[in-house]
Ligand binder design. Sequence first.
Ligand code: NDP
Ligand code: RET
Length: 265
Amino acid sequence: PKIRKMLSSGVCTSTVQLPGKVAVVTGANTGIGKETAKELAQRGARVYLACRDIQKGELVAREIQTMTGNQQVLVRELDLADTKSIRAFAKDFLAEEKHLHILINNAGVMMCPYSKTADGFEMHMGVNHLGHFLLTHLLLEKLKESAPSRVVNVSSLAHHLGRIHFHNLQGEKFYNAGLAYCHSKLANILFTQELARRLKGSGVTTYSVHPGTVNSELVRHSPFMKWMWWLFSFFIKTPKQGAQTSLYCAITEGLEILNGHHFRF
Ligand SMILES: NC(=O)C1=CN([C@@H]2O[C@H](COP(=O)(O)OP(=O)(O)OC[C@H]3O[C@@H](n4cnc5c(N)ncnc54)[C@H](OP(=O)(O)O)[C@@H]3O)[C@@H](O)[C@H]2O)C=CC1
Ligand SMILES: CC1=C(/C=C/C(C)=C/C=C/C(C)=C/C=O)C(C)(C)CCC1
């Protein structure tokens, strides 16, 4: 139990309530994203579950509505592997909503076999970084109009092994599924730092997080990782525990001074 507690560590203890606030969480139909969305709804925010599979999203929205009593949990289609889908999501959202206070760029893929997005980007870089980069860019004016507002980018400790290989960005010269994930997670952090720099004084702040090692579907593409996660399932975080760092960065008061910083555990 001591080891488990040590690995689970940080809890978001903020008592902030969010009535009247609007949040978007990508990849909110399962894992860390689902628990993040649930907690934001629990605190009274209107929460958009941005999911590539609408049916999975609707099931989760109903579950969150029932658990929290908050009916303002909405599902919208967003496939981060297709810039057309990202643009359509943003267009509809901007037409529908006056405000956006919290954007949580959470969705992610890990160790998938070599493949490309609809626009020809290597899948990890395309979904984990470039898709969120475009989404954030398209929603930026709305975030500025809604300031104070925040963007949380869910990265990973895996960024330590990441490198930005500009001569091989699409993995066409060489490809390693594990390293491709690491590169995309480094991109999440570099994006956060530069976004913070460019948004200084705008009232929009941004943070990157490592959620810890979390028992989720992220390992779906790797039988070895699946086995590891199963073997150590008692020691690694639950998705609810994994959501704490994202929630901390999204709602804790007075965090503006740490704009652009990376938070872990
Ligand atoms: N679990 C862990 O130990 C760690 C996780 N992270 C990060 O946490 C974040 C959440 O992962 P986690 O909850 O663990 O993993 P899950 O696999 O459980 O959830 C990932 C979510 O991303 C969605 N997603 C994947 N591809 C796309 C796409 N093309 N368009 C839209 N949504 C997509 C998935 O949708 P669908 O269900 O339809 O596939 C799912 O909702 C990721 O960014 C991951 O890198 C970081 C460090 C450790
Ligand atoms: C060695 C070891 C572990 C492995 C941790 C790993 C391999 C973490 C990988 C994290 C990833 C891939 C994050 C995704 O972004 C466990 C399971 C904690 C149990 C204790 C011993």
